[in-house]
Each structure stands twice: as structure tokens, then as C-alpha cells.
Design a protein around this ligand. Sequence first.
Ligand SMILES: *Cc1c(COP(=O)(O)O)cnc(C)c1O
Length: 210
Amino acid sequence: RDPLTSATDVAGRLAAIRARIAAAAREVGRDPAAVELIAVSKTFDADAIRPAIAAGQRHFGENRVQEAKGKWPVLKAETPSIVLHLIGPLQSNKAREAVELFDAIHTINREKIARAVAEEIARQGRKPQLFVQVNTGEEPQKAGVSPREAAAFVSLAVDEEAAVHFAFLAKLAREAGVSGLSMGMSDDFETAVELGATHVRVGSAIFGSR
Ligand SMILES: *Cc1c(COP(=O)(O)O)cnc(C)c1O
């Protein structure tokens, strides 16, 4: 496609999605500013992402550490205010790179991952925002702790010495609730906003089909 046309498209789609998020939030009496739009840029290269940055988008999501390492260091250097979210599965041997590059990790779903990430946070002094991934439907093909295990998982992580760095989990424990809720994609983000999402992850509705 003509790069100029697609740049205009991306800016237009972003504006349209922001308007829909705001409308869905107001519908249920929520402040639209309490919902963060994460533009999911997986499979799109730096040149396809720059128009979104130029249009003012700052939160982006990637689902692979390796792929993100190939494009985001340069983009982050160009625009330091970018906030990069890891929304895909994390292996413990990638914890170091993930904590180096990402500002938020949405897929803390096993004790081993929680420990590996906590260790890196302590070592690097970088503190990405952390989300516990919950498999609400307990579907075998999906990752995440089961809803029954979620509370125990959080308190276990908070009891860990390194977990002092789990700012999000600590907050969760204090409030006995969830303060950040990452849910909703291109097809269902308005519903997610109406149900309390603080972060929606929208890919194809911004960048086009993959
Ligand atoms: C790809 C992806 C999205 C975005 O999906 P779209 O349907 O393109 O909006 C959201 N969350 C996760 C975890 C993803 O991998």
C-alpha cells in the first residue's frame, strides 16, 4: 500500500478507536482517561509503527521478546516517552531481556516466571509494571493461573524477598483487589472498557490485518 495513505489510515483508526473507548467508558460512568490503549504492533516493522508514534500513540504491545528487540530499541531511542508492553508468553531464560526492554509485562503466569522476573528487577533496578495472567475460563490451551489459584499466587509472590519489587502485586495484596486490568482486543475492547479494563490491547483495528 501507498505509505502515505496507510500513515493517514493509522492516525484515523487510532482516533476512531480512542473515540470508541471514550464512549464505552462514559456509557458506564468511567473516566476515559483511566483506560490505556495499547497498540499491538506484532508482525509490523518500525516503518509501519512510526506513523502511530507520529499520531501521538505512546503505549505499544509486542508478544515476542526476540521480535521486539529487533525494532524497539531504535524506536524508543527516537521517542523516549514510549511505554512498551510484553503481552505474549515469557520464558524464564528471556526474563533478563524482557526486563531490560519492556515497561510492562502482562504475562506473569507461573511461579518460575515470577521469580525470574523479580530477580532481574532486583539486579537491573528497572521496574516494569507487572500483571498476573489469569486463565479465567481455565481453558487448557490458554496460559495463566486459574482463578482459584490467583489469590494464593499473588500472596506467594508478595512473600518472596524479591517480591518487594513487585509493585503491582503488592498493590493488589493491599487493596485485596485488582488495580490494573489488561483485557480486550480489536473485537471486544468496548465490552472490556465497560467491564473495567484499565488497558486494552488493540492490534488489527489499528495496523490492519496480519
Ligand atoms: C495480537 C494480540 C492482541 C491484539 O489482537 P487484535 O485482534 O489484532 O486486536 C491482543 N492481545 C494479545 C495477547 C495478542 O497476542
